[in-house]
Design a protein around this ligand. Sequence first.
Ligand code: PLP
Length: 443
Amino acid sequence: KTMESVQRKYEELAAIDKKHFMHPTSSFKQQQEKGPGFIFTEGKGIYLKDVRGKQVIDALSSLWNVNIGHGREELAEAAAEQMKKLAFSSTFATNSHEPGIRLAEKVAEMAPGDLTMTFFTSGGSDANDTAFKTARYYWRLKGKPAKKKIISRQKSYHGVSVGASSATGLPAFRDFPSLAPDFYYVDSSIEALKELIEREGAETIAAFISEPVQGSGGVNLPPKNYFKEIREICDQNDILFIADEVICGFGRTGKNFGIENFGTIPDMMVIAKGISSGYAPIGGMVISEPLRNELIELTEGVYMHGYTYSAHPMCCAVALKNLEIIEEENLIENVQNMGEELQKGFNWLAERHEEIGNIRGIGLLGAFEILRDQETNTRFSEPVSVKVVEEALNHGLLARSIVYEGQDTLAFAPPFCINKEEVESIISIIDHSLTEVKKKGIQ
Ligand code: PLP
């Protein structure tokens, strides 16, 4: 196609986009002023291509979710096969279907410890809401209806439904009137949690929730022994421990689930994203065997919670195929190996750029900060990572900057199928882009 005709196509779509398409997490004004950036049309492996034929490396697996990489036809085939056979049937009450049954079994097989039963949702936010409701429901069944407070961590991200945004510890996501009551936040010290429990009373607290590694908060690893101590405190105080595995789950950290890196097992896990590598919208809540048994024993009547698309057959079939591919192709082993390459790359960058610091990561989840002064941990007055991301786009790299309260971070979570040369491409584009940004001057 001629340059002119693809440009015309882009402009036609951009005009419609501005008029009719309200984008998630976007600036309404910027959309009108700038229009859409890329309008993507296809993807293959770690690459995305847009309507104008521009190709970029998808260094965050889109939204930390396209884990097996773009363009896997087996997943399209699994979707088509399921939809031709049975596009939808309800699993409310007692009816069931095979893809839902098989996927629940597969999740139980992959999950650590005795986490064996899954409730399916369409994504992570509704899965978190489900976990909060289920925790409160459980305590009420146990004759402790006052146990309803949910504790989460500062810098956490749990989603945008009313419940999930109320649990989210990044203040920007809570900047709405009338969010849900009974949510409390602690910093990443054990002391803070102990104090909060002391102050509020364990008899009022239903659950503690945390991502094993905080994603949207900037790829923050927990302090040493953090989750072991959390587990102890939760046990001592009859508080359910929920691990939000939406980003970490299904291999991102080099193990099946993120929490497995930290030597403990939660009572519930929240899952989404990587379960289907983004090929179909699906999430869920996984509960432990003892919790399951108690719910069976104590519930009289019906647990009045279910989404129309809980265990959507097509989504389940796609997720199942995705998990099979991860296993068959040993992708989690590749996550471990390429994770090491990524960290090596960060260290190489830090030798060339004195502004790079606070390098961190686990598996194919990695980040570093851009600092004016390493010793005092102070950033530049302008967010430099935003400029680096802008510059990197010109060199074919879609990267993610995370900027808030003193953090000026570049985060990476490439697809599990990435190879060494592709990791090196990411690093070299970042090197080049940061050099360019510095040449123009940073404040
Ligand atoms: N929990 C975590 C840790 C997440 O990273 C996200 C999304 O980024 C969510 C929950 C929300 O999931 P969703 O966007 O599918 O509702």
